[in-house]
Design a protein around this ligand. Structure first.
Ligand SMILES: Cc1ncc(COP(=O)(O)O)c(C=O)c1O
Length: 356
């Protein structure tokens, strides 16, 4: 830290991203990307961008928002595009939280939420998940602040129904509720239709997970035009050119194939269910994940030991050194062949250690 660093941020603990390895041959099941590449059509768009690279991008993402609105049954004014959904979330912490309006989120959730709160200088309060890791809507009743819920939650994978989200949104119409749907395409139970009826609901989505576009950085805030205008005010005070031309073009190409999303995500869901079964057969405790990862604790071997043993065998998963979940690993669902490799490694580790 230099002597010039803001005292306001002195105790900032940054978010730790999953390992992005440079070595070949590792099986990367640690950051929840899709195991398939973007389609040839999307890849060919990447090559058409020479001229667009010369110019600043459209700051309003006009065409992308128009086409997205058509695909998702919305108006363009209900959409904000961001450099990944992380950026949208950060704008929401800035726009809708303040000293008298803390951010409210579960104690076990996406690790970036407390970082966003601290970096943006807003207070936050963690609401403990129940023993079984569930979110109970009633725990948020009568709390003043802005609610942030990842749904499905990460890293547990558990999901609330749209009906439960509606109850939360109605609890207090003077409070903004942000539903982070990064993983929603692996469950298809979205709160998006509710934004038409509730001006205090913001839904956040991303093309990083289900659309195989994590590298392009494309995320969306979806809500009442007044909420979107607030977020735009923050965005344009920070970086009006927040979505690059290549990202906008790739996003539009993806939308031409919107029909294929359920199919591709369905394949991941099938592999997820097989993975859950395989882990349960080996005695793991596994949550009922609705996302493209599973969250599982081995029966005997500690989570940390297993994490390192898998790393030794070239398999990257994620572990969070936090109370209640320290024994759990978050394992991204890969292709069937990748999961076969994962289980073969797991069984080798079990044999070598005399049990998992
Ligand atoms: C719950 C949740 N929300 C948001 C994000 C951010 O996604 P991106 O910034 O790639 O859109 C992630 C990424 O892991 C996540 O797990």
């Amino acid at each position: 830290m230099s002597r010039f660093f803001s005292s306001r941020l002195a105790d900032l603990v940054p978010y730790t991203p999953g390992e992005q390895p440079r070595e070949d041959g590792l099986l990367k099941l640690n950051t929840n990307e899709l195991p398939f590449p973007p389609s040839p059509r999307v890849l060919s768009r990447a090559q058409e961008l020479t001229r667009a690279l010369q110019l600043y991008p459209d700051p309003d993402c006009t065409l992308l928002r128009r086409e997205l609105a058509q695909a998702w049954g919305l108006e363009p004014e209900q959409i904000l595009c961001g450099n990944g959904s992380d950026e949208i979330l950060s704008f929401a912490f800035q726009a809708f939280c303040s000293d008298d309006r803390p951010a409210l989120f579960p104690d076990l959730t996406y690790g970036f939420y407390p970082v966003f709160a601290r970096a943006n200088g807003v207070p936050w309060r963690e609401i403990p998940l129940r023993e079984d890791f569930s979110v109970v809507i009633d725990d948020y009743r009568n709390l003043e602040g802005t609610v942030f819920l990842a749904n499905p939650n990460a890293p547990t994978g558990l999901q609330l129904s749209p009906g439960e989200i509606e109850v939360l949104v109605r609890q207090d119409r003077g409070r903004v509720v942000v539903i982070d749907e990064a993983y929603v395409d692996f469950s298809r139970q979205s709160a998006l239709p509710l934004i038409r009826h509730y001006d205090n609901l913001l839904v956040v989505r991303t093309f990083s997970k289900s659309r195989a576009l994590a590298g392009a950085r494309l995320g969306f805030g979806l809500g009442d035009p007044a909420l979107i205008a607030d977020l735009n005010r923050v965005r344009c005070s920070f970086n009006p050119y927040n979505v690059s031309s290549p990202a906008q073009a790739l996003g539009r190409a993806i939308l031409e194939e919107e029909d294929s999303v359920p199919l591709r995500c369905g394949a991941v869901v099938q592999t997820r269910e097989k993975t859950v079964l395989g882990l349960r057969e080996r005695g793991f405790s596994v949550t009922d994940s609705r996302a493209n990862f599973v969250f599982a604790a081995p029966p005997h071997m500690g989570g940390e030991t297993l994490f390192h043993a898998l790393r030794e065998k070239g398999i990257l998963v994620r572990r969070f050194d936090k109370p209640r979940i320290a024994e759990y690993l978050r394992i991204t669902v890969g292709t069937d062949a990748q999961m076969d490799r994962f289980f073969a490694a797991l069984d080798d580790i079990g044999k070598e250690a005399g049990g998992l």
